[in-house]
Design a protein around this ligand. Sequence first.
Ligand code: HEC
Ligand code: HEC
Length: 88
Amino acid sequence: MKISKRDTIFIVIVTVVITFLTLGAKERTTKAVPDDATHDQATSREQCMTCHGIEGVKPQPLGHPKANQCFQCHKQPDHWVGSAVPSQ
Ligand code: HEC
Ligand code: HEC
């Protein structure tokens, strides 16, 4: 089978699309939870939100997802005391 010019263009387009999808998925990873004393102790969403609620010292950014499972997106330190998804 001979690869025509059209096939080549098609392959190039598919490659470009796959590359962009891969890069996009990488960009979606979020900042990890800081590995410090404060964050080693917080295990529940309520604790997180005392500092990261609107009134807190470091509020979540505007338009932040309303999701509760913080650690689904923000990677927790490896030696976490809770070492699980926080109870809500
Ligand atoms: C006692 C207050 C306090 C509590 C409780 C707290 N944080 Fe934080 N958090 C901070 C402060 C202050 C900063 C910004 C300074 C820093 O990076 O350490 C921060 C930064 C962050 C950041 C951004 C890190 C970065 O690189 O900018 C994330 C993500 C985060 N916290 C998640 C959490 C989660 C999830 C919890 C609950 C398990 C939590 N925090 C509990 C005070 C708190
Ligand atoms: C669905 C995914 C998702 C969940 C769940 C989530 N976040 Fe975030 N969070 C993000 C994204 C995306 C950003 C903005 C990009 C970034 O800075 O990481 C962000 C940013 C933040 C920041 C600001 C980081 C900085 O310094 O710019 C804080 C603080 C934070 N989140 C706290 C929390 C807390 C606390 C919870 C749990 C109640 C939580 N997040 C749950 C996706 C999520």
